[in-house]
Design a binder for this molecule. Sequence first.
Ligand SMILES: Nc1ncnc2c1ncn2[C@@H]1O[C@H](COP(=O)(O)OP(=O)(O)O)[C@@H](O)[C@H]1O
Ligand SMILES: O=C(COP(=O)(O)O)[C@H](O)[C@H](O)COP(=O)(O)O
Length: 332
Amino acid sequence: MSVCSLYPALRVTMPWSCSESHLGSCRKQLMFCVSRTTARRRASTGVSCSADTRTVVIGLAADSGCGKSTFMRRLTSALGGVAEPPRGCGAYSNTLVGDATTVICLDDYHALDREGRKEKGVTALDPKANNFDLMYEQVRALKSGVAVEKPVYNHVTGRLDPPELIRPPNILFIEGLHPLFDPRIRSLLDLSIYLDISNEVKFAWKIQRDMAERGESLESIKASIKARKSDFDMYIDPQKQYADVIIEVLPTRLIPDKSATEVLRVRLVMREGVKHFTPVYLFDEGSTISWTPCGGKLSCSYPGIRFFYGPDTYFSDEVTSHSKSHSSTSPS
Ligand SMILES: Nc1ncnc2c1ncn2[C@@H]1O[C@H](COP(=O)(O)OP(=O)(O)O)[C@@H](O)[C@H]1O
Ligand SMILES: O=C(COP(=O)(O)O)[C@H](O)[C@H](O)COP(=O)(O)O
């Protein structure tokens, strides 16, 4: 392979692209934000790279329940083929292999299993519970074209299963709690993404997922959220300062009486000057656009859609803000 490009996926409207079917159902509000200087370059978003011999590595960081797996499923399918666990792996593999992509979940590098964390009184978010040396060695090996035997963390038993073979793909995603935590691992990343989901939305997503899919009770989920809060603030949230792309999901400001988890606002921030990454601008580079369509033409209550693109700041960096609001109920 000589060139790879991710244009459709990293246009990243994430799961909420503005399609006709979404416009009709009126549930979410979107806002995108891109850096001002990168916005000057060209109209399409993309990662491109010459990759004759090496694997492109993309990190996706977020807390539990923030949509990492959902995002990865969508992204890998957009990049070709149905991403599935590797052939011959155990039943509880956390890995997804697609035509050009492999997604590994960094939970597999937990150094302490569930019992071990309990004994030591640490959460999975604590760096002490994770083996960053091995994570670094294996991501580095894959990036340089060498297959690895990666551990597997079994989320059902809470223990480590036998390792699985991971071959170097064209594009390797490393998703999890800490892809941007260790500077050695950051240095291996060609692109980094942070999903910054506001507490209201994150907890609603996590509670519904953990109850439906992981058999947890509401009380135990709430207790776990509480127990993890300080480690989230200390070890997970600060990673966003290193991300090239930040996707914020926040409660709406459009409809004050709607519940925060029904109507969402999304802001996309893209840093400038990232090698091989060409962020998006809307309509006309460097311009400011604000658009609110006529409510009478929407199938939802006015203003169901709001769209904005213009200057903004992120961690003191000047960025340009894209905002697009529309409504949709489908999460992914
Ligand atoms: N883009 C989205 N829009 C709406 N809901 C979402 C979205 N992404 C995730 N969710 C909800 O959040 C839950 C947790 O998402 P998941 O991808 O499993 O998170 P993570 O892998 O970060 O723990 C999902 O079951 C889904 O209900
Ligand atoms: O925070 C996470 C990440 O999972 P996710 O992002 O998929 O929620 C999990 O709590 C730990 O990996 C420990 O796993 P467990 O709680 O199963 O022991």
